[in-house]
Design a protein around this ligand. Structure first.
Ligand code: HEC
Ligand code: HEC
Ligand code: HEC
Ligand code: HEC
Ligand code: HEC
Ligand code: HEC
Length: 439
């Protein structure tokens, strides 16, 4: 009797363990995901510059070199072994002298014409493609070389850990796109499921306590004996009303969840990731090969809208790279037929709202990733932000204006400081006035 009471007491802990388990597994995911997105949202930093700084150059110089390299060279060169358009530049300072490198980068064709053996050889090896000339000072070139040295000294960086190129396009991206809309409904669902589980577990416990009680009683009547010996019968469970009601309830809850999602999601296309006519991957181009966003989206710092690159921009590289790939053949066909590639538009504000890229990217200094998410990890572009009016205004209320080094703001800032104590945010400058975003 005592032992069975004790057991009953411990079995009562079970439902609490259950609840704990369900809750923790339901919520453990959210912060993890948010964390991952946050981290990836930063533009990909290079393998720590200065790590093993070859040649004793200091970190500042290497940093400079890195910036120059990223802005001018990275679309054609990697600092590893990989050939992009030109050769991988790992250890190039070992196969060429510094003087040769300076001459080459400043004007490679002059060096080739002078008959320099190495220059002619590498020119021929790369199908006589002309590398552009760069009007850098010796100091700037020195910093680029210092950067290449430091990268060469660093151990080869492992391939990016994210989804390999052979994951089906769209899969990964779609899953990760976070929808806020379903959030509260999901919570409701979790609570309901937990309540149901607790109910079932409590019933089971009561049954087992009763059984134990009967066992302990000793002299049993026939009916009691039968109860004790009865085994669980699955057919009975299926027929039982309670089980049917529970299953029915779960079904209804799921149905309601899905339809609320649909209704509230009208007009909001967060996570929208349409199939594109060519399997173009930002992960491959902007991530792995670190091609600058504005190499392709050339107008994003200059004008209101960001352009989608024409096929000619693709041809800068694909007249040489992966010529036989069926996906690349599609680019050739578009050019032959003189037809633009019909990319499917992902982001689309309604006509009543006005949005200007250069105002945000150039003037405001907002990173692409703040609004578009970690594009450089996406095989297929997905809409990352809700693009609602609330989203625009939220940011305008929370973001300080980028006033540094911008004389245009000097007077405005002074005026603002006279009037109030708060930070000079976008909203202080009229960033929440209707007419700024609506004609
Ligand atoms: C538009 C593409 C392109 C850009 C941009 C470019 N290069 Fe090149 N680079 C090439 C090609 C192609 C070659 C191979 C030689 C040839 O065909 O002229 C090359 C060769 C080189 C070489 C010789 C490598 C060897 O093994 O001898 C060096 C060094 C080099 N580039 C450095 C740079 C640096 C530094 C920058 C940026 C300031 C840069 N390149 C920008 C295309 C480019
Ligand atoms: C090699 C060229 C290239 C580079 C580099 C590139 N993009 Fe793109 N981008 C494209 C093409 C082509 C499309 C249209 C096809 C698609 O949506 O995938 C596109 C589409 C997009 C879209 C969706 C546009 C729409 O339809 O609403 C966004 C946003 C975008 N790019 C942002 C970026 C950002 C941010 C970067 C830098 C991290 C970047 N791109 C780098 C070529 C490029
Ligand atoms: C600055 C150079 C550059 C530009 C510009 C560029 N690409 Fe690429 N592209 C690459 C490199 C490098 C690869 C990887 C090749 C490899 O994996 O060996 C690649 C690979 C691809 C692939 C995969 C091919 C395959 O079968 O594996 C496609 C598709 C592609 N690019 C489409 C485009 C389109 C469309 C554009 C124009 C919007 C474009 N690229 C512009 C450099 C470029
Ligand atoms: C991530 C933050 C962020 C988001 C999201 C954002 N903005 Fe902005 N916006 C800024 C910043 C920062 C500036 C100030 C730029 C500057 O220094 O003038 C700005 C300025 C503006 C201006 C000019 C305001 C003025 O006073 O001249 C307009 C118009 C504007 N945004 C419209 C929009 C619209 C429309 C959306 C939504 C589709 C949006 N913004 C989303 C950060 C944001
Ligand atoms: C403040 C938020 C914000 C920033 C920062 C931002 N974008 Fe956008 N982007 C948008 C919005 C909003 C749209 C939809 C515009 C529309 O439909 O009119 C958009 C659309 C696009 C498009 C589709 C073409 C177009 O103009 O509609 C491309 C491509 C694009 N962005 C690329 C970029 C790149 C590259 C960067 C970084 C250099 C960047 N964006 C920075 C908010 C932003
Ligand atoms: C920072 C930019 C911004 C400001 C400021 C702004 N809006 Fe909007 N508004 C938007 C955007 C973007 C949309 C379209 C997205 C959407 O439908 O949520 C929009 C949509 C709307 C719509 C249509 C809503 C719908 O469901 O179709 C109305 C009405 C509207 N705004 C009124 C206003 C009024 C009134 C003000 C001033 C109090 C204002 N807006 C200020 C950006 C802004």
């Amino acid at each position: 009797m005592i032992s069975c009471k004790k057991r009953a007491k411990y079995t009562f802990l079970l439902p609490f363990l259950f609840i704990f388990f369900v809750f923790s597994s339901a919520f453990a995911q959210a912060p993890e995901e948010a964390g991952a997105v946050g981290k990836a949202g930063v533009t990909p930093a290079p393998a720590a510059a200065g790590a093993g700084a070859g040649g004793g150059a200091d970190a500042g110089v290497i940093d400079n070199g890195m910036t120059l390299f990223k802005n001018n060279c990275v679309q054609c060169h990697s600092v590893g072994e990989d050939v992009v358009v030109g050769p991988g530049l790992r250890d190039v300072h070992k196969r060429r002298s510094e003087a040769w490198l300076l001459k080459w980068i400043k004007n490679s064709s002059a060096l080739i014409q002078s008959g320099d053996k190495d220059a002619v050889a590498v020119f021929n090896k790369f199908a006589k493609q002309q590398m552009p000339s760069f009007a850098f000072s010796d100091e700037e070139l020195g910093s680029i070389i210092a950067y290449i040295k430091s990268e060469s000294a660093a151990p080869a960086t492992a391939a990016a850990p994210s989804a390999g190129p052979d994951t089906a396009p769209g899969e990964k991206v779609g899953e990760n796109a976070i929808g806020n809309v379903g959030g509260t409904v999901d919570l409701l669902l979790v609570v309901l499921v937990v309540v149901l589980i607790v109910l079932v577990v409590t019933l089971l416990i009561i049954a087992s306590v009763l059984k134990n009680y009967l066992k302990g009683k000793g002299d049993l009547t026939g009916a009691e004996q039968e109860m004790l010996e009865r085994r669980t019968n699955f057919a009975n469970i299926y027929k039982s009303k309670a089980v049917r009601i529970i299953v029915g309830l779960i079904f209804v809850v799921v149905l309601v969840d899905i339809s609320i999602d649909k209704v509230m999601g009208i007009g909001i296309h967060q996570g929208y990731a349409p199939r594109q006519p060519i399997a173009f991957s930002h992960k491959l181009h902007a991530g792995d090969h670190q091609i600058n966003c504005n190499y392709c989206h050339t107008s994003v710092y200059k004008s209101a809208s960001a352009n989608i690159p024409s096929a000619n921009i693709c041809m800068n590289c694909h007249s040489q790279i992966k010529k036989e790939s069926p996906e690349i053949q599609k680019i050739y066909r578009a050019i032959e037929n003189n037809k633009p590639i019909e990319w499917v538009r992902v982001h689309n504000l309604p006509d009543l709202a006005y949005f200007n890229h250069s105002q945000h990217t150039k003037v405001g200094g907002v990173e692409c990733q703040t609004c578009h998410g970690p594009i450089e990890t996406m095989e297929v572009v997905a809409q990352y932000s809700p693009l609602t009016m609330g989203w625009c205004i939220d940011c305008h209320r929370n973001t300080p204006l980028n006033t540094e080094g911008n004389a245009y703001y000097d007077n405005l800032v002074k005026l603002h400081e006279k009037q109030s104590k708060g930070a000079f945010i976008v909203a202080s400058n009229g960033g929440t006035e209707c007419s700024k975003c609506h004609y």
